[in-house]
Design a binder for this molecule. Sequence first.
Ligand code: AHR
Length: 492
Amino acid sequence: HDARLTIDPAFRVAPVRRRTFGAFVEHLGRCVYTGVYEPGHPSADEDGFRRDVLDLTRELGVSTVRYPGGNFVSGYRWEDGIGPKENRPRRLDLAWHSTETNEVGVDEFVRWCRKAEVEPMMALNLGTRGIAEALDLLEYCNHPSGTALSDLRVAHGAEEPHAIRMWCLGNEMDGPWQTGHKTALEYGRLAAETARAMRMVDPGLELVACGSSGSTMPTFGAWEATVLEETYDVVDLISCHAYYEEKDGDLGSFLACSTDMEYFIRSVVATADHVGARLKSRKRIDVSFDEWNVWYLSRFQAAEPPRDWPVAPPLLEDHYHLADAVALGGLLITLLRNSDRVTAASLAQLVNVIAPIMTEPGGRAWRQTTFHPFAQASRYAAGDVLRVEPVSPLYETAEYGEVPLLHAVATRSDDGVTIFAVNRATDGPLSLELDARGLRITSATTLTDPDVYARNTADDPDRVAPRPNENVEQDPMRVLLPPVSWNVIHLS
Ligand code: AHR
């Protein structure tokens, strides 16, 4: 197959948004306990945080971390997780049928964020709770001192305010599975009043209204319109959530799953702009794609839920293969291509639970295949996103019709241009010709494997990792992209 790409630095989409490279830590399975936090682990620091996971989080290049859920947050009482650990209550977590010990709460999370060098993004419980509890948490976290709740935080050892700027007004409130699930109007009203009250405390907060849990939700589109009609003036972003998996051995459709993400983003942006026009508002609502990933949800749904109420059971521990990493790379390319409107995103999740980082309790930590495209994009996407319009052969998919074999984006900074490209072809390499106005290829890597289902394990952690791509020509500039591959090409 042959494809072509022209790079023109004049065609700028938007700056690369660091918040595109966010992730997510939920009290779910082993994400928190034996994931980020495991006192007694050989690598645990003085706070009980695993240093090996902190190192990998930094290497992954995560910018923001959303917390504490997810479905979990819709039944969560934040006060359970503060103060002396021995006094913290154990509670039923209805979302994941587990017992929550509350050993980790907001103060520990923020401390972990500082060590991981990430920005915290806090989700509020608008399922079983409301405005008062949201205000309490805001005062506890962000008010300097001199009030009951801010002084309580200081008494718990956090003298400086947590200074959390980004807040999610609930989680997936459109989903019937959500504790306290609401109609769009019920949720829109509650989100608007919560946002208004929070802005009385701090007008500078960045607030995210819940959008749809997927583009196939029956209320998709209508939900966003109603919620934004209620909240337009008091929120900054609307969320999107999407998970993809290979179904019935249809690898071609799976590798093209970013087609759905593109449709999702365009639809939400159009809906937001339509509401803005109706309200005669010049304000623009952006997208926080604050849950996205490959997730074998159908396997999870087919499995028996835990019968008793275990503490930190292994849940949603998908072991990703090469094709999953290439699909994830395609999703990242789509997020970057839409950087004019997608200004924040969170890979769901960070550790153990559908995650790029895996750990053994008491043992090793390693990088899943999906770690690599994320880490490379976070590291090398810099400066501005450039609009590229690849000329590519098409292939037929059962889910999305005709889709290009090549999916790509480029960014440009003072260091040069970086191209991120996925070859979706399963039957052969793609010869990519580049027209880049006087630039030369300085390096190229590829993430691929003869077995598209190859995985990394604790015993073989580097089976799937980026390797130098030697199939590069300078005149004319050409790079051979292996079948089913994620590629990073630098030019300067
Ligand atoms: O990330 C796993 C779950 O997926 C989250 O808890 C929920 O928000 C979504 O349905």
